[in-house]
Write a protein that binds this ligand. Sequence first.
Ligand SMILES: *[C@@H]1O[C@H](CO)[C@@H](O)[C@H](O)[C@H]1NC(C)=O
Ligand SMILES: *[C@@H]1O[C@H](CO)[C@@H](O)[C@H](O)[C@H]1NC(C)=O
Length: 391
Amino acid sequence: MGRPPRTDLAQSSVTFLRRFSGNSPLRPSRASALRRVAAVLLLAAAVALPCAVLYRAAVDATAPVYIPRARRPLLQWDPPPPPPVEVSAEDGDADPFPTDDLDSEDLRLELVLQEASMDNKTVILTTLNAAWASPGSVIDLFIDSFHRGVGTSSLLRHLVIVAFDWKAYKRCVKIHPYCFALTTEDVDFSEEKRFQTTGYLEMMWKRLDFLRLVLEKGYSFVFSDADIMWFRNPFPFFYSEGDFQIACDHYVGNAMDLRNVANGGFNYVKSNDQSIEFYKFWYSSRFRYPGYHDQDVFNFIKHDPYTADIGLTIKFLSTSYFGGICEPSRDLNKVCTMHANCCIGLQSKIHDLRIMMEDWRNYMSMPPSLKSFGALSWRVPQNCSLSLLSP
Ligand SMILES: *[C@@H]1O[C@H](CO)[C@@H](O)[C@H](O)[C@H]1NC(C)=O
Ligand SMILES: *[C@@H]1O[C@H](CO)[C@@H](O)[C@H](O)[C@H]1NC(C)=O
């Protein structure tokens, strides 16, 4: 996607001035006339451009108009990009966040998607911040689940880990071939984000905006939070005709029923006009429901007539296959994924994810007869709380 013309007027008049000042080959009177014209042009630009900025800001603050960040023109008087995240002495590597160059970010994204993609332009995406990146933490459990799941280890070849900060990026490149550093301008996404805090909201919305970009690049994706264990390949369990398929905190028994309570942590989205329009609408709805996160807003706008107008086919995924702590996938012979949703606090989450992994390993080591007998059930939740809250 090309960047729209920048401050063309100002830029061309600057060039114009430069070209005709100093040792001008033109006769003095001609040169000074041109200089006057250039000065007028510059003045016009100086007046017009801030107006455009003000207009943009006003639109941003009040109306639900969607202006993609990456496509905002870089104005000359934009503040300089923030300094790179602090790097300790042992970290000598190059800065993966060239914040001043959106085109290079775009190119990096294009390349990593291409490399990780399946033949049919489908990728698996997860996001990572420093809090979830340390050894033995969430990301290790996530990767480990692919190795221990049924038919899941080959899917790692299609997984792109999207790092929100430098620490997460550094950790990613140590453990996985496909990492993408997402530039995050002025917000620090590196600490543990407790559910419903401002930082948490920012991170969730940034993620949604990023997923829209992936769709626009023509890639379909399975997005999975890293606190979801993959025990079976989910692709055979998706609906062939759904544009947007999403896991649930609470499943009412029918994939089309809008009363299903969706969980934004796991979804399968096909790239097409409907899904792209829907992601734009979803993001813009943020301004109609300030203070809510993307998952809440989804659960509001799923009823919006505009969602039906878009023509997006929504399918809710059954918790029998795509379960979590809110509503476990009871049968270990069926489970695809288990999410540490309905869980507050990183330590509780890690504790219960480890129990889940142990349960799975015990299940996998059982003889087939015992497996099909359903002799084993989950020992979670233990430390996770069961209230219908799902970070
Ligand atoms: C893309 O390929 C995967 C792996 O072969 C398959 O499971 C999935 O259904 C395909 N998706 C589409 C939309 O054809
Ligand atoms: C989990 O809960 C147990 C029992 O309440 C407690 O002793 C333990 O410290 C908790 N562990 C974590 C990691 O929160």
